[in-house]
Ligand binder design. Structure first.
Ligand code: NAD
Length: 465
């Protein structure tokens, strides 16, 4: 046998086998990480068939175990994600993970509806799809994975994760950890699976696999489009470009604090984060001074803004991966500005058609567009949002205007007088999700969206009114 072939064989064997604490080699298929899509999906299918027969109490145990078992690992995962992806802030990721664990709904989200009458009883129940392929982004890698695991397992499914290659290691580790917790609760391995070397090709292979019933895609426009043409049912959580409207009636100091907090959270890589401000002219300068008080750095020099555009937008016209999710101080340093404090976000005045306004930059850069009045601000915000149906925020004390904007902007999340993350249940009422289904319309997804609605009819009985 050739030396190279032998080396490859040994490498594959090492990958396939783990050694347990007793020193006994055991096949790695219990970790949920497989070398091929077929193996992964077939293991998930087998596990789901057994899971489906288990009680709701067992499912509840699974969810509880994920919450309790992931809790002590939050810091470790936050750190590992920033290290691997090079994006975001550890302290913010800790908060996102905590939110996911605390506020992702479980089986209580699966509401049963009953109709009774002279003809008997009709029951509507939410039952499992089977194996779901969940495609996760690099920007909220572990949050999405935990959030999808809780919701999809609560609804009775098994999940095959297609993770972003740029967050592969931390995502695989999360799959392994959650799988252990699921096993402890219900005795089943491989309720969550993924593959060792994720790529665009393996992601496409998963999307077209015959044993997959539903695709839940969290990512940019490319992957959502790819899923839509697969011929399968898709829940698509795509890109956003959330504007924040501020009118002259707003509490300017609070609006400034909220906008800086929302837009700078995890260095703006959240899809829901404020990507631009559209402010009415009378209050623009006071808004800027208030934002400065809350950690924003105001750039007032056109040459510096131009330099920042050249630096952060690549030749292909897309935001440069090098700066996505990086700290504001790094971007400032690279345009020749050094600061001696922790800048949360860089702000500047721009026209409406500026690339920073139009593109989803995913960086701590926040352009401010001036409008003559509220009606113009709303018009600009609608254009900036680009009908992505994602997120918008507004700061105003005028309920008529808030109502008008809420009705016309048609986003999945609309936050009034708060930071964008209030729309994820962080400081706002309601549960959380990291999969906001925008093009397909489910909005803030929870367990019920990962279930099939079935109608079960019994004639001539069980109407006892
Ligand atoms: P991305 O689109 O580059 O990748 C997302 C996932 O899709 C990854 O797992 C990737 O491997 C896969 N993928 C990418 N292109 C593919 C293709 N052509 N075929 C098959 N698979 C493909 O996104 P990202 O940079 O990791 O995340 C940021 C983007 O995701 C932003 O646009 C953001 O707005 C969006 N996002 C949306 C939500 C939401 O809930 N709506 C949440 C998080 C992120």
């Amino acid at each position: 046998m050739q030396e190279d072939t032998l080396k490859e064989l040994v490498k594959n064997l090492i990958q396939e086998y783990n050694t347990n604490s007793a020193g006994i080699p055991s096949i790695n298929t219990h970790s949920g990480v497989f070398s091929s899509v077929d193996e992964a999906i077939s293991a998930a299918k087998k596990a789901q068939a057994e899971y489906e027969l288990m009680t709701l109490e067992t499912r509840q145990k699974v969810v509880n175990n994920i919450r309790n078992g992931m809790q002590p690992l939050i810091q470790e995962f936050a750190k590992a994600t920033v290290e691997e992806t090079g994006m975001g802030r550890v302290e913010d990721k800790i908060q996102k993970l905590q939110l996911t664990i605390d506020k992702t709904p479980g089986i209580e989200d699966l509401h049963t509806v009953v109709e009774t009458g002279d003809n008997g009883m009709t029951l509507y129940e939410l039952s499992a799809y089977g194996v779901i392929v969940a495609i996760t982004p690099s920007t909220n890698a572990v949050e999405t994975l935990i959030c999808n695991s809780i919701g999809m397992l609560a609804a009775g499914n098994a999940v095959c994760f297609s993770v972003h290659p740029g967050a592969a290691e931390v995502s695989k580790k999360a799959v392994e950890e959650i799988n252990k917790l699921v096993y402890e609760a219900c005795g089943l391995h491989n309720m969550l699976v993924t593959i060792n070397k994720p790529s665009i090709e393996t992601s496409k292979e998963m999307m077209r696999h015959p044993d997959v019933s539903l695709l839940v895609v969290t990512g940019g426009p490319g992957v959502v489009h790819e899923a839509m043409i697969s011929g399968k049912k898709v829940i698509g959580a795509g890109a956003g470009n959330p504007p924040s409207i501020v009118d002259e009636t707003a509490n300017i100091s609070k609006a400034a604090a909220d906008i800086v907090a929302g837009a700078s959270f995890d260095n703006n890589i959240l899809c829901i984060a404020e990507k631009s401000v559209v402010a009415v002219k009378d209050i623009v300068s006071s808004l800027i001074s208030e934002m400065e008080k809350h950690g924003a750095y105001y750039v007032n020099d056109e040459a510096v803004i131009k330099k920042m555009v050249d630096l952060t937008i690549a030749e292909n016209g897309q935001p440069s991966r090098k700066y996505i999710g990086k700290d504001a101080s790094i971007i400032l340093k690279d345009v020749g500005i050094s600061v001696d404090y922790d800048v949360r976000i860089i702000i500047m005045n721009t026209p409406q058609n500026h690339p920073f306004v139009i593109k989803e930059m995913l960086m701590p850069i926040l352009p401010i567009v001036t409008a003559q009045n509220f009606d113009e601000a709303l018009e600009v915000a609608l254009e900036v949002e680009q009908n992505l149906h994602h997120t918008a925020t507004m700061h105003s004390q005028n309920t008529g205007r808030l109502n008008k904007a809420a009705k016309s902007i048609k986003t999945s999340i609309f936050v009034k007088n708060g930071p964008s993350f209030a729309g994820l249940g962080f400081g706002g009422e309601g549960s959380t999700t990291f999969t906001i289904a925008t093009p397909t319309g489910e909005g803030t997804t929870t367990a019920r969206h990962f279930a099939r609605r079935r109608r079960c009819v019994l004639t001539d009985a069980f109407s006892i009114r």
